[in-house]
Design a protein around this ligand. Structure first.
Ligand SMILES: [Zn+2]
Ligand SMILES: [Zn+2]
Length: 293
């Protein structure tokens, strides 16, 4: 047994509380739901067979690689075993030395192996290098040759491409209108006070009007700070029943409608129509948010 095995029974974990409430140890990097009562290995602890590339047991180093750790008492990791001392040490090839004086050929093989390891833990896109070579489980990681932030950038680009494709297909599929509304606010009882309908491909404005809300007199707020529409503007505007036949006719003719903030705006329009017992437009075949993803 190594001296280190005995020390291990006295070393406490360096426990830190994570935002999600779990506990993590800075030394062994294990994670618990409750504050741990065990002792700490002092180095990252892995499940059997799940340690990063470049870590080897003492036996593997000696038997398979004809090497040995510089200091056997200073391992770089450990894995669990069932019997005492419940852990077995792992050593990095980085700090291992040949067991005997190596031939030039062996030396070359070892150099190649180390270089390969550096490449494995370097992002092929931005060149960021994981100095811990996968041993710091909490750090930014390399996955399939790229670092986490490069994957993030890539995924965002992919999303943009998908959105462009969607828009292109939508435009190619035929005529549609774009519907944009302004309302008195974001609540259920709020009303549409401006409505614009634009032909999607030509950009021709088919309809654009302010609309006087029902309870203009009682309202004290119009969300003027958002759209700039004032009480005075609305006093002379047509009421919803006046403009509804025109709106309905357009929506019936153009079955495909794109709505800015669909969830809210289309609901407001339907609500404004239902409120006054006006005939709804029927189903509109394409009702999309402008952010379909
Ligand atoms: Zn620990
Ligand atoms: Zn990167």
């Amino acid at each position: 047994m190594l001296k280190r095995d005995y020390e291990g029974y006295e070393r406490a974990h360096e426990v830190v509380r994570l935002v999600d409430g779990d506990y993590v140890c800075n030394l062994c990097q294990l994670i618990w739901k409750r504050r741990p009562q065990t002792f700490c290995a002092g180095v990252p602890v892995y499940r059997y067979g799940y340690w990063p590339k470049g870590l080897y047991t003492y036996t593997q180093l000696r038997r398979d690689l004809k090497m040995q750790p510089i200091d056997r008492e200073q391992p770089d990791g450990a894995y669990f075993i069932r019997k005492s001392p419940y852990r077995r040490w792992l050593y990095t090839i980085e700090r291992a030395i040949p067991r005997r004086v190596s031939t030039p050929l062996q030396g070359e093989a070892i150099t190649k192996m180390r270089a390969g390891l550096v490449a494995h833990y370097t992002c092929q896109r931005c060149g960021w290098h994981d100095k811990s070579q996968g041993k710091n489980k909490l750090a930014l990681r390399i996955r399939d040759g790229w670092c986490v932030s490069c994957w993030d950038v890539f995924q965002r680009l992919e999303l943009q491409v998908a959105q462009c494709k969607w828009a292109r297909n939508y435009i190619d599929a035929g005529s549609f209108v774009v519907l944009d509304t302004e309302t008195t606010g974001l609540e259920r009882e709020d009303e549409v006070i401006e409505l614009a309908i634009v032909e999607g491909r030509s950009g021709t404005v088919l309809f654009n009007s302010l609309i006087q809300p029902e309870n203009l007199a009682e309202r004290d707020s119009f969300a003027t700070h958002i759209h700039g529409i004032t009480r005075k503007d609305l006093e002379t505007a047509p009421r919803f029943p006046d403009v509804w036949p025109v709106i309905r006719a357009i929506l019936r003719r153009y079955r495909r409608v794109i709505v800015y903030n669909a969830e809210f705006d289309y609901f407001q329009l339907k609500y404004s129509a239902a409120e006054r017992e006006l005939i709804p437009t029927g189903e509109v075949s394409d009702m999309f948010d402008t952010h379909p993803f």
